[in-house]
Structure formats: structure tokens, C-alpha cells
Design a protein around this ligand. Structure first.
Ligand code: FAD
Length: 391
């Protein structure tokens, strides 16, 4: 089943790993490993993805889509809503996915392109020789194996250990981590075409979201900045939010998890190794969204891995093309949104109310939620001076 040697071994079959595998498998011998027994499950995601973001990579399949969302609303702490149409909210509205199906289809696609895909296979360490990562050790169905590779791609998500084993410090400070809790709720009545965001002390340093999932159901969750959790768990914040607004709803699934809202990893390449997706800290620090950047990082790392195999050179110098490529693609946006986060997480409810009020009725050219919040902040005279350099 699993060979002892591949051109490329990819750890983690989320969107980043599966897309890297699909990109490289037409030319190279690729192994994609996943520690869970089911790819795509459990879902630790609100499953929102922009239409433009998804369609950059695939023609969306009907079975991936739980809801189509054409607008978003932002609620301030005093309940004022700003209704944002699709042409304004653009990249932040689009689809609420069925990630159980989506992630699995991405892995199937990688397999159809020729990759070996294995589940219940956990990376337990790396093989290091002469300053290079030359493969990984795994537990595969109860057996310990060593698998050699010319290139290893760490797509092992927020808890990435592969990076740490290779000596790259990806530790997240509490200030750079959103602790999240989410229910899939049924028995909730919502406009099915709208994603809602609630900002303020109900989710300190983060926000609550309500994303429709088909008829009478929604992903309802929130993220609280870990440094602002106090002595409450995210689930307690979420239960309080639900009691206030969705007391008739019934949970059918509960998930807790974290999402990085940090700067990107200090480096995303080493000799023989690349980091992608959440492992590379590529989530948007403003919104916590990471699916599109995971797909983009997956594609770019797959392309560079192929070049390295072709050139028989997987040195850091060659793999640095991947780092340059993701920085050119979405690096600037990550940097800008980290600065916006820095301001946003410290706003009081009174500030947030003022900001949302000041937005009402204004023409808005900025197209993303991050951009809208950035724009809100620029409209606030007290914050303008602090933020002028961002825009
Ligand atoms: P993951 O999807 O986390 O995949 C990593 C995989 O690696 C996992 O399957 C894991 O089991 C596997 N793995 C880990 N360690 C090992 C190992 N040692 N050996 C083998 N396999 C291993 N993003 C959005 O764009 N929109 C949203 O609405 C959204 N909502 C979110 C809500 C919550 C509550 C959370 C926590 C995150 C949310 N995100 C959202 C972020 C998004 O889920 C991630 O950015 C995205 O899944 C990153 O993809 P990835 O492939 O890098 O990592």
C-alpha cells in the first residue's frame, strides 16, 4: 500500500494538502497522509468561502454547496445592522460549503491525478540528514514506518508539528489565536441568502457568525481572542450568544477549535520542506478565514515541489520560490489585515457602535469584510491618525 519512498510526501489532507497533492501528482510520485480515519470530518470550520475565491480553483460542484449567500450584515453591539450587498461584500460572500464533502472530493481528485492517499496515518517525526528533511516517520494502521521523500509538504493545520520538528517556531501567542466554538443548529429561521457577523464584547477580540446551511439550519459560532477569554471557555460565550438570539434552535453538532490570527510563519521553507495553509499561518488575521489561502498555498507549493523534483534540488534556495510566490499572491493582504486586527481587537463596544453608525448610508468601495471594517475605522476620527499608514 504505502511505499517506502516518494518524490513528495504531504502531511495533512485538508484543502492545502489535498490541493498540493493534486497539483504535483501529474508529474511526481506523491503520497498524501491523513491522521484521521475520515477526510473532512469532524468539520472545524464555519464553511464560508467567497465565490470568486473558490472559482479561481474549481467549478463549484452542487454537492459542495449548502447555501449560496449574496449579502452580509454586520451587527454592532447595540444591534444596529449594516446590510451589505453582494457587489459591496464581494469576496466575503459566496458559498457555505459542505466541507465533509468538499475536502473528501479534493482528496479524491488528488487520487485520480495519481497520488497515493492514506488515512489513519499520522506523521510522528521527520527524517533529517545533512541539514535536509528527507522524509517522515509515521504510524500507519498501527505500524511504524519510515517514508523517504525528496520534498515534504507540511499541511498539518493549526497544530502543525512538522514545522516544529524541523526547527521552525510556529508557536501561537494567545494574542494571535482565536479560540472558537460552533454549533450546527437546526430549527433556526434565517434569511437563507445572508451571512451575519456580530462584533463586540459577546465575542471579545473576535466576532460571532451565523452562516445559513440549507433550510432552517446554520453554522452559528464565535471566536474569542485567546488573550481575552478571561475565565470563560468559548462555548460559554457561544451559549450566552445563542440564549439571547436563537433560544428556539437545536444543536446537532458541536465543534471547538482554534484558528491562527497571527503573522505568517517566520519562514515557510527549509531544506526539503515547505509549510502550507494553517501550518504556515496563512489564515487571514482579520477574519480567520483560511480556505482560499490554503488552496492557493497548496497550488503554489505543489508547483514548486515539482520543479525541485525535476531539478533534483530540494534546497531551501529552490523552495524559496514558493515563499516568494505566496508573498506575491496574498502576503501583503495578510500583513495589512494583521495591522487592522491590532486596532480592531482593542475597540470598545462604544467605539464599535459609533463605527457601525458612521457606516450607515455611506457609499462603500472596499469589497471585503476586512476592508469594510478598515474603512469603518478610517471614518472614525479618533482612530484615523493611528491607522492612516495602513491605507
Ligand atoms: P486543515 O483543514 O486543518 O487540515 C489539516 C489536516 O492535517 C487535518 O485533516 C489534520 O487531521 C491533519 N493532520 C494534522 N496533523 C497530522 C499528522 N501528524 N499526520 C497526519 N495528518 C495530520 N476558513 C474559511 O475560509 N471560512 C470559514 O468560514 C472558516 N471558519 C472557521 C471556523 C472555525 C471554528 C475554525 C477553527 C476555522 C475556520 N476557518 C475558516 C479556517 C479554515 O478551516 C482553515 O484555514 C482551513 O481548514 C485550513 O486548511 P489546511 O489544509 O491548512 O488545514
Amino acid at each position: 500500500m504505502v511505499k517506502s519512498e516518494y518524490d513528495i510526501v504531504i502531511v495533512g489532507a485538508g484543502p492545502a494538502g489535498a490541493h498540493a497533492a493534486a497539483t504535483a501528482a501529474d508529474e511526481c510520485d506523491v503520497l498524501l497522509i491523513e491522521k484521521r480515519q475520515e477526510i473532512g470530518s469532524p468539520v472545524r470550520c464555519a464553511e464560508g468561502v467567497s465565490k470568486a475565491g473558490l472559482e479561481r480553483f474549481f467549478e463549484p460542484q452542487q454537492r459542495w454547496i449548502a447555501s449560496k449567500v449574496t449579502r452580509a450584515r454586520i451587527f454592532s453591539p447595540d444591534g444596529t445592522a449594516v446590510d451589505v450587498s453582494e457587489e459591496v461584500a464581494g469576496p466575503e460572500v459566496g458559498y457555505v460549503l459542505e466541507r465533509k464533502i468538499f475536502d473528501r472530493d479534493l482528496a479524491k481528485h488528488a487520487a485520480r491525478r495519481g497520488a497515493d492517499v492514506v488515512v489513519r496515518t499520522r506523521a510522528t517525526g521527520i527524517i533529517r540528514e545533512d541539514g535536509f528533511v528527507r522524509g517522515i516517520s509515521v504510524r500507519h494502521l498501527g505500524e511504524s514506518l519510515e517514508i523517504r521523500a525528496k520534498v515534504v509538504i507540511a499541511a498539518d493545520g493549526i497544530e502543525s508539528q512538522v514545522a516544529r520538528w524541523a526547527g521552525i517556531d510556529t508557536t501561537l501567542k494567545p494574542y494571535d489565536l482565536e479560540s472558537c466554538a460552533q454549533y450546527l443548529m437546526t430549527n433556526v429561521d434565517l434569511p437563507g441568502d445572508c451571512s451575519d457577523f456580530y462584533v463586540g464584547a459577546e465575542a471579545p477580540g473576535g466576532y460571532a457568525w451565523v452562516f445559513p446551511k440549507g433550510a432552517h439550519a446554520a453554522n452559528i459560532g464565535l471566536g474569542v481572542l485567546a488573550s481575552k477569554l478571561g475565565n470563560k471557555r468559548p462555548l460559554e460565550y457561544l451559549n450566552a450568544f445563542l440564549d439571547k438570539r436563537f433560544s428556539g434552535g437545536q444543536p446537532v453538532e458541536l465543534h471547538v477549535g482554534g484558528t491562527p490570527v497571527s503573522k505568517a510563519a517566520p519562514t515557510t521553507v527549509a531544506n526539503g520542506l515547505m509549510l502550507v495553509g494553517d501550518a504556515a499561518r496563512h489564515t487571514d488575521p482579520m477574519t480567520g478565514g483560511g480556505i482560499v489561502n490554503a488552496l492557493e498555498g497548496g497550488k503554489l507549493s505543489g508547483q514548486v515541489a515539482k520543479q525541485a523534483v525535476r531539478a533534483q534540488d530540494s534546497s531551501r534556495k529552490v523552495l524559496a520560490q514558493y515563499e516568494a510566490a505566496w508573498r506575491a499572491s496574498f502576503g501583503k493582504k495578510l500583513e495589512r489585515n494583521y495591522k487592522i486586527k491590532d486596532v480592531f481587537v482593542n475597540l470598545s463596544d462604544a467605539d464599535l457602535n459609533k463605527l457601525v453608525h458612521s457606516l450607515q448610508g455611506l457609499p462603500i468601495e472596499e469589497l471585503t469584510i476586512g476592508g469594510i471594517i478598515g474603512r469603518l475605522i478610517t471614518r472614525h476620527p479618533l482612530l484615523l491618525a493611528r491607522l492612516r499608514h495602513l491605507f
